[in-house]
Design a protein around this ligand. Structure first.
Ligand SMILES: [Zn+2]
Length: 125
């Protein structure tokens, strides 16, 4: 189910709608998009340098070490008030899931390596 909201340029929003809702998380609450837009706009006008971004968009840490670095960076930015606490909270939440996923996939690949080694050694037994 896609969001039914029509944007100012006449195109559909198209984001994934909330369960049991015609609109996405942004458009389910009237006025939310405008509020976020104006808030982001004002903040961005103050500090627009790329240094404030912990990571380039689309780039995710692939290792536990990477997650640790990202969190450390986020903590320091929240303390210096360079990062919104809400964003910091969201990052911490996502990072803990990411960490679990990294852990699990690491275990999986180790297990696979072990299994492959076993297959080679005792074939047909
Ligand atoms: Zn929408």
């Amino acid at each position: 189910m896609r969001c039914k909201k029509t944007k100012r340029d006449g195109k559909r929003c198209g984001a994934r709608a909330l369960t049991g809702n015609k609109f996405c998380a942004l458009h389910a609450e009237p006025g939310k998009a405008a509020e976020l837009g104006s808030r982001g706009g004002r903040r961005r006008a103050v500090s627009n340098d790329a240094e404030n971004d912990p990571l380039p968009p689309g780039e995710l840490p692939q290792t536990a070490e990477g997650v640790r670095d990202l969190l450390a960076e986020a903590i320091s930015q929240v303390r210096r008030r360079k990062l919104d606490t809400k964003v910091g909270n969201a990052l911490a939440y996502v990072a803990s899931s990411l960490l679990r996923a990294i852990e699990l996939s690491d275990l999986e690949s180790r297990l696979r390596a072990l299994e492959e080694r076993n297959d080679g050694g005792s074939n047909g037994n």
